[in-house]
Ligand binder design. Structure first.
Ligand code: PRP
Ligand code: URA
Length: 218
């Protein structure tokens, strides 16, 4: 299933060579747990740099060794990073390297093995979600069910300004996500070919949560 992303103005498929290089190693079955975790963090930094490009700035006065000058700093707008457990956890440290003061909420979902539908088991957010720029994090966008349910939960909790960052997406997941949330910017590291009959992304990287936490041998 090919996808024409030009139809979707809010879908950003990233193409930096460093990002592509790191995603290739992430996919490799011979990449072990430690390297896999480091790669997810580095990829989150590269994607986060792009996804945070519209952060608001304000001018402050500083003194250089030469003179006083007005220069931009990121303004105090409240940020919140929200990983979808478990695999989204792997992206949090990368985003926090970029904005250490951000708050972190958590959404716990797992896919039912038979139906592939997300099952919720946890939800905890910082206060004042309606005032925050919320960045939802999950390396995998497969059917889109987990991301779509997460956005619904965030909206129910008051979040108004949501951006979704994933590493690998299936065309089906992008289509479903955009249909449900056309207004939400989506940042994607790679778009793969399709889903298989277990709703795994092909070629993908396998089960991302298991690979980050080492719960299954490669
Ligand atoms: C994976 C992944 C996403 C979801 C994507 O989580 O991290 O959350 O699947 O699939 P979808 O787009 O079809 O919903 P999983 O359900 O394997 O949970 P886990 O990370 O806790 O193992
Ligand atoms: N979740 C994963 O971790 N991998 C996939 O390919 C699909 C869903």
């Amino acid at each position: 299933m090919a996808i024409d992303v030009s139809k979707y103005p809010n879908v950003n498929i990233l193409s930096h060579p460093l990002l592509k290089h790191k995603i290739t190693h992430l996919r490799d079955i011979n990449t072990g747990t430690n390297e896999f975790r480091n790669l997810v963090k580095e990829i989150a930094i590269l994607e986060g740099y792009e996804a945070l490009k519209n952060l608001h700035t304000e001018l402050i006065e500083i003194q250089t060794p030469v003179e006083k000058t007005m220069q931009p700093v990121v303004s105090g707008k409240k940020l919140c990073f929200v990983p979808i457990l478990r695999a989204g956890l792997g992206m949090v440290d990368g985003l926090l390297e970029l904005v250490p003061s951000a708050k972190v909420g958590h959404i716990g979902l797992y896919r039912d093995e038979k139906t592939h539908l997300p099952q919720q088991y946890y939800f905890k957010m910082p206060n004042n979600m309606e005032e925050r720029d919320v960045y939802l994090l999950d390396p995998m966008l497969a059917t889109g069910g987990s991301a779509i349910d997460s956005v619904s939960l965030l909206k129910k909790h008051g979040a108004k300004n949501i951006t979704f960052i994933c590493i690998i997406a299936a065309p089906e997941g992008i289509e479903n996500f955009v249909k449900a949330n056309p207004e939400i910017p989506l940042y994607v590291g790679a778009v793969d070919r399709c889903l298989n009959d277990k709703a795994y992304i092909c070629p993908g990287l396998g089960d991302c949560g298991d690979r980050i936490f080492g719960t299954v041998e490669n």
